[in-house]
Design a protein. Structure first.
Lengths: 453, 166
């Protein structure tokens, strides 16, 4: 069994820090069961920014201050929160996922898990040890120049663990934190505006349960839930960011919490993997496309989200440059136009591998096609989820074209594409929930549908 | 080491081409039906969604079989796999600590073992006095059926881990 209890004390520390930032900044993170993952994530994001460089934390705080005018409203403090209606479903899902993540041997089983946790192990030499090692051009810390948040989260949440079991627990706690943020965001986006937009009733709860079941029968999901890889958390956080911005479209006068959580998710995404900022950029572009007549408040909202990711990304790259450390894995190259066909084939082969993905991608493809074909029949958050999903997929495909040869070699050998698809899978699952909810809650639909909400 | 954290097919293939074709066809049909339902051409109901979940479960069944039976991290096999990895990791770690982190890997054809070295020595630096060597042969994880508490043996300044010891 994974010693997950090691994460309790650091979790409480980060929650207290996040709660303090929430109170000082008026972020409206408080409310319902979701306040705990929101506070912990806020504490982790703030600590990471300070860890990298205090100046980055100052810039982030300034960005949040500027964005505050785009953050309106706020739920009553201490309220149950809009996701309370779905709490029984979320409770069952969270307990099942936590059980699988925790009830397993406390040993890393997968290749890359050792690499991530090896980096986490460096931090056990003392706070700041990983940063110092990663910025030492003479040290052989692979992968060179990668963002540090994921191994740091595993280290911090395991109380600077040194042995494999402790570090596995830290990574499991970090993964579960991302799962809870995703479930919270999905539930609140599913609930949407109250009252619902014209032409819709409240989305029925069974649509949420059905869509989550469709996501949970995906075999790949269970493999990564037990690993220490960062791809599933990146997907969960990207979906959280998109769902929060989607909810802003439906509740523009009560967007404070959504903007704050989107900023937190964007910050963590940029600190976890290089492609994190790409996800955030694609999501913000999708939001902007859906609000062509946006005013200053919306622009500030988007600036806060994409800006927070950019500050971390550019800040880290600047630190690497200042210390002459090169991130060779993700250096841009001349576009490999000749490889486009091969990339398309390997993506198609991976997405249609039913042993790995079940029916997820045909279903998600069907949902995207329906939303694009009949946009006005779907609520704004659903349209944003579909557009963001396509944008993120396009961006990851571009990364394969513009990345170094090494990236394409990994893709053609059949593993990288699945990891990239995993980064899209949570948002695909959320899209299934939102679109199914919309179809079942349209006014004028069959009585059997509307009655069950 | 479990191959295939990046795809469920990392497990030895047990599904035939016909099964793959059948699940793919069912998945495609499901996607089309789902799109038609969302677009309003088919009625959406709780029962139909339940059927959709059931069909999606059927499409994913070969993958679920791999997860639950075939893979080295399947419930009935994960304990032996974890023991094999933990034992080897423990041996490497102890040896490295005894040599103050100054060890060299002299046999690098065990691709599965490379990340273990990375975990044991996450920050490799030049060692002026390093005399320890680690020799891990290819195939050390080939069989987990005869897991030993000590998979390696020390010969002089070399830690030798190879298949016969497992």
């Amino acid at each position: 069994m994974v010693p997950i209890w090691l994460a309790i004390l650091p979790g409480l520390f980060f929650a207290a820090l996040g709660a303090a930032i929430d109170r000082l900044g008026g972020l409206d993170l408080r409310g319902g069961w979701g306040q705990w993952p929101r506070w912990i994530a806020c504490g982790v994001a703030a600590s990471f920014a300070v860890y990298l460089h205090p100046a980055l934390a100052v810039v982030l705080a300034g960005l949040l201050f500027v964005a505050r005018r785009g953050m309106r409203g706020g739920s009553a403090p201490g309220g149950a929160g809009p996701s309370a209606r779905l709490a029984p479903y979320i409770g069952v899902i969270a307990i099942a996922l936590a059980g699988v993540a925790v009830l397993r041997p406390a040993v890393p089983l997968y290749w890359d898990a050792f690499v991530w946790l090896g980096k986490a192990r460096i931090e056990s030499n003392g706070l700041g040890a990983l940063r110092a090692a990663a910025l030492d051009a003479n040290a052989d810390v692979i992968p060179h120049g990668y963002p540090l948040l994921w191994p740091l989260a595993a280290s911090w949440l395991s109380m600077f663990g040194k042995d494999a079991a402790s570090l596995v627990a830290g990574a499991a706690a970090a993964t579960l934190l991302a799962v809870l943020l995703f479930l919270d965001a999905t539930a609140e986006a599913f609930q949407g505006g109250d009252p619902p937009p014209a032409g819709f009733e409240a989305r029925p709860r069974w649509a949420f349960a059905g869509a989550m079941a469709l996501l949970l029968v995906v075999p790949m999901f269970w493999v990564h839930l037990r690993s220490a890889y960062a791809d599933l958390p990146v997907g969960l956080l990207a979906a959280t960011c998109a769902l929060r911005l989607g909810r802003c479209l439906e509740r523009p006068d009560d967007s404070r919490r959504d903007v704050a959580v989107a900023v937190i998710a964007a910050t963590i995404l940029a600190g976890t993997k290089d492609e994190g900022i790409g996800h955030v950029a694609a999501i913000v572009v999708a939001a902007a496309l859906l609000e062509p007549r946006a005013g200053q408040k919306e622009a500030r909202r988007w600036l806060a989200v994409v800006g927070s990711a950019a500050v971390l990304f550019i800040g880290w790259r600047a630190l690497l440059g200042a210390h002459h450390v090169v991130n060779t894995d993700h250096e841009l190259s001349t576009p490999a136009v000749g490889a486009l066909g091969g990339i398309g084939r390997v993506v198609l082969a991976s997405a249609t591998d039913t042993r790995t993905w079940g029916a997820l991608w045909p279903l998600a493809g069907g949902a995207v096609a329906a939303v694009f074909a009949k946009g006005s029949s779907f609520r704004p958050a659903t349209r944003l989820a579909a557009l963001a999903l396509v944008g993120q997929a396009a961006l990851l495909a571009m990364a394969l074209v513009f990345g170094p040869d090494r990236v394409r070699t990994f893709a053609f050998e059949g593993t990288l594409v699945n990891r990239l698809l995993l980064q899209l899978a949570p948002l695909a699952g959320a899209l299934l929930a939102l679109s199914l909810g919309d179809a079942a809650s349209r006014r004028g639909a069959a009585p059997a549908i509307s009655r069950s909400s | 080491m479990v191959g295939g954290a990046n795809d469920v097919c990392g497990a030895p293939g047990t599904a035939s081409l016909a099964v793959h074709a059948a699940t793919l066809a069912l998945g495609a049909a499901l996607g089309i039906a789902f799109a038609l339902s969302l677009a309003g051409h088919l009625r959406v109901s709780r029962r139909r969604v339940a059927l959709c979940v059931l069909a999606a479960g059927l499409v994913a069944a070969p993958g679920a079989h791999a997860l639950l039976v075939d893979r080295a991290d399947a419930p009935l096999r994960v304990s032996a796999t974890a023991t094999a990895i933990a034992n080897l990791l423990g041996e490497l770690d102890s040896f490295t600590v005894r040599h103050h982190g100054c060890v060299a890997e002299i046999h690098d054809d065990c691709v599965a073992c490379q990340p273990l070295f990375r975990f044991v020595l996450p920050q490799r630096t030049a060692c002026a006095t390093g005399d320890g060597r680690i020799d891990v042969a290819k195939g050390v994880f080939a069989s987990t059926s005869s897991v030993r508490a000590q998979p390696c043996a020390i010969h002089g300044a070399t830690l030798e881990c190879d298949e016969p010891h497992l």
